[in-house]
Structure formats: C-alpha cells, structure tokens
Design a protein around this ligand. Structure first.
Ligand code: GAP
Length: 453
C-alpha cells in the first residue's frame, strides 16, 4: 500500500472522510466529512479566518450566495473560456481530459500535440482518438418553476427554460467582485484592503482524481486584495510571503515540501497577468495547493462595463480616483486538508511496537485532550475522571472521553486521530489530585496537578 492509500484508509476507518453517497455506490468527485473530518475542517476554516481576517485591520469577510445572476459568468469570462480539453476515444467512447493523458502538457494542448504522442486509451487500450473539444466546467441548473420538458416544449417554454438557466459558482471570487462596491460604499476601507471569503465551488471536472485533490464539489479560501495599480508588485510580494508563513506556521507544512512555480503566460488563467502556483509534495507527487494571481482590473473593469456602475475608488487623503487592481490568493480546502494529513501522517515504533500517528498542529487537531479513567469498572476513578473531563471541556471545548479497551489501545486510537494529549485518572489521582498526561508525539508521560491542566 502507498502512503496515500494508508491515509485514505485511516480517514475512512477513523471517521474523517468518506466517499460521497457511499451507500449508493458513490458519486464521483464528491466527498463527505465525518465527525472528525468536519472538526478538522472547522478548525482549518477558523485558523484561516483568524489569521487573514480577525487579526488584520485591512481585511474584511463576506459570504455571498452560491447561485448568482448568470450575467456574472458572462462578464467574468467563465461562460466563454472556463473549459478543459476533452478528448473521446472513438472505439469505446470513454472521455478524458486530454492534458492528463500525456506528460508535460497543460490545458492548452492541441489535437496535433496530443496525436503526436498518441497515448493508449486508459479504458480499452486503443489509440483511435477524436479531436480535442473545449468542455465548459460550470454546472448548469434552472432557477424557478421550469421543468426539463420545457426545454423541448413550445417556443415560449423553450424561451422560459433558456432564461431560467443559472450556474453553481465555479469560484467564490465573483461574489467578492460583485460586492466590492457595496463594501466600499458602506464601510469605506482604506487602500489597500482585502475581501475574504470561504465557501463551496462547483466544477464539472472531466476526470475527478487523486482522492480529494480534484473534486466536482470543493471549497475555496479566496481573498481579493484591492491595491493601487502601481503598487501591485509590492503587494503581490507581501501576500506571497505572508501566505508561505501561514502554510508553515499554522498548517504545519514543511518548507522543503513547498515549491513555487512561476506560471508561464500560455498556462495562466485568462484573467491573470502573473500567477505563482504554490505546489506541495503529496505522497503521490507534486501538485498545486493554491495559486496567487495578479488579476489586474480585469474583473472590476468588466463589472463596471456590464453594470454601468462606477468601480472607481477615491483615496480619502489625496482625492485621487482609480479602479483598483487585484491580487488574489486562492486555496482549496480539500487540498489543504490532504497536505495537512500527508504532513502529519507518521509511522514509528514505541517499545518495539509499530504505531501510526497524526502529528497534527494543536490548533487543527479534532480533539485537544482525551480523558480516561485507568479502569472503567472502578466507580471512584470514573467519577473523578468525569470531573476532570467536564473541567477541561469547559475550558478547551474539544475534549473527548474514552474508556474502551485497555489504556494502550486508547493511546493508539488517540494517536491515530491526532489528539495531542491523553489525560489518565488513576488511584494516585484520588490521593494527590495529580493525573498522568501523555504526549502524542513523544509518548512521554508526566504527572500534573489537575488545576494546572
Ligand atoms: N478564483 C481563482 C480560482 O478559482 P483556480 O486555480 O481555478 O483559481 C484555486 O482554483 C484553487 O482552488 C486551486 O489552487 C485548488 O486549491 C482549488 N481547486 C480548484 N479546482 C479544484 C477542484 N476541482 N477540486 C479541489 N480543489 C480545487
């Protein structure tokens, strides 16, 4: 089994991540977070929000609707260009993302380039390919009282169906651009300032793959940082430096596994004048964790034209007016979770016995403490342990109780789910009010007074 297989298995076994709609045979590209996974996810969201919004004076949060007026996606360019190269095998009619079947090519791969390599169809092994088509990845839906039959009904029905088309947002960013004016007109932030959003995005990926790395439903952490046009370079640099610090200090990612990739012009998104992809060494190879893009005034400029509203910012001190340019760091939650788990997953030996542990940063671990009575059939130990449990729960919230199996098994289980400290109440506790505190990473045990916990 590869390390990724081990992580996938641990996540399922311990209630972190389950395949979406598992009970009905699954739903490709979707994943469900179980009790421990949702706690890890919430801790990550809170850590991100705390670092980027709460602790700063220049960042503000927003939470926009997922279904937006479809004009949004025409204006942003997604209707015309948010597409991946689709290729079909003429023999078995399986469809694939062309650039993922050959090494070293990006989304801009042409049919000629593909056919020069002519890889085998992963399904039937033949090499009888069609031509590459652009496949738009936005999920379409109808809003309002329109039925699928209307699409093939009378001309009026067809028109009704056409006008009701809407999309599940493929990025959260547009909810920020469309609210830029609302925010400026209501809270008058000083320049530069950022609007931060966390939420779901949907992409009809041709080939969802690599566990939770490429999903059809994912969540994004996005910031649009609005700057004076001639200061974009210094702001790009400071966002980049701060993000690298955040990834290491708060997500626990090691510097050696993080790599920056300057994206060449032909591979950049249509809106970007400069992009750095932050790559991470996953167990299965290096993959993009997030991107930092300089989106210029592409979005605000287009919103201004389409809405007829003025997007200019007026500097409070100088009276100067300009349409701000934008630096956008955008990170996927699922990719961040996989990084965190890959970094934390460890196998070692304690007293000649193999163990698996998640060395999660304390701020991300689903539980901070596990409290146990040494023996669950001694009422006096259970009563004292309950007292300690309630006290810790009041103070730290994320505390779990475990009185199953023997103490060794409890430690193994807590190691696997990344609980930093296990607190055990034994007969000495009844005498001197001290407990054993066992450290996840070193397995060292110390006696600590209850009031010092
Ligand atoms: N607003 C800019 C934007 O959406 P992107 O490079 O398409 O840019 C940003 O996406 C980040 O969102 C990626 O770096 C990745 O972390 C995450 N992401 C994008 N598509 C994803 C998918 N299908 N599954 C999981 N995460 C995805």
């Amino acid at each position: 089994m590869s390390k990724l297989d081990d992580i996938v298995s641990l996540c399922k076994r311990r209630g972190f991540i389950f395949p979406g709609s598992d009970i009905y045979g699954g739903m490709a590209g979707t994943w469900d977070f179980g009790p421990l996974g949702v706690q890890l996810k919430n801790n990550l969201v809170n850590t991100w929000w705390n670092y980027w919004v709460d602790k700063r004076d220049d960042m503000f949060g927003i939470d926009a609707a997922i279904i937006m007026n479809p004009i949004t996606w025409e204006v942003s360019g997604h209707t015309a260009t948010f597409a991946d190269p689709l290729i079909e095998c003429n023999d078995c009619h399986s469809r694939f993302r062309a650039d993922k079947l050959v090494d070293g090519y990006s989304e801009s791969i042409t049919t000629e380039e593909f056919k020069a390599i002519n890889p085998k169809c992963p399904n039937c092994g033949k090499t009888n390919w069609g031509t590459i088509r652009k496949f738009n990845m936005m999920f379409q839906t109808h809003v309002g009282a329109v039925t699928p039959e209307d699409e093939n009904g009378s001309e009026t029905d067809k028109e009704l169906a056409r006008r009701s088309i809407a999309y599940l947002r493929p990025e959260t960013a547009q909810g920020i651009f469309t609210n830029y004016k609302n925010v400026v007109d209501t809270i008058y932030p000083s320049m530069p300032f950022g609007l931060c959003q966390f939420g779901k995005s949907f992409r009809n990926e041709i080939s969802p793959r690599d566990y939770i790395l490429r999903d059809r439903e994912c969540s994004q952490f996005e910031i649009e940082y609005f700057v004076k046009p001639d200061t974009w370079e210094e702001n790009f640099e400071s966002i980049r430096t701060e993000y690298l610090e955040f990834l290491q200090k708060y997500l626990g990612l090691s510097k050696a596994k993080i790599h920056e990739l300057e994206v060449p012009e032909e591979d950049r998104a249509f809106y970007s004048k400069r992009t750095i992809d932050i790559m991470y060494e996953y167990p299965n190879g290096e993959e993009e964790l997030m991107g930092i893009a300089y989106r210029t005034d592409y979005d605000l400029g287009n919103v201004a034209k389409a809405s007829g509203k003025n997007m200019e910012y007026r500097d409070k001190n100088t009276g100067e007016t300009f349409v701000p340019h934008v630096i956008e760091p955008s990170m996927g939650l699922e990719r961040a979770i996989l990084d965190i788990l890959s970094e934390a997953y460890t196998e070692d030996e304690i007293n000649g016995e193999k163990r698996v542990l998640l060395k999660l940063p304390e701020g991300l671990a689903p539980y901070k403490f596990c409290v146990s009575p040494l023996l669950k059939n001694k009422p006096e130990l259970v009563e004292k342990a309950k007292f300690v449990y309630n006290k810790l729960k009041e103070k730290y919230t994320f505390v779990t109780w475990d009185d199953s199996g023997n103490i060794g098994k409890r430690y193994r289980k807590q190691d696997e789910i990344g609980t930093p400290k296990c607190v055990v109440i034994d007969f000495d506790t009844l005498e001197d009010d001290t407990v054993t505190v066992r450290d996840r990473d070193t397995a060292e045990q110390v006696r600590v007074k209850i009031e010092e916990l």
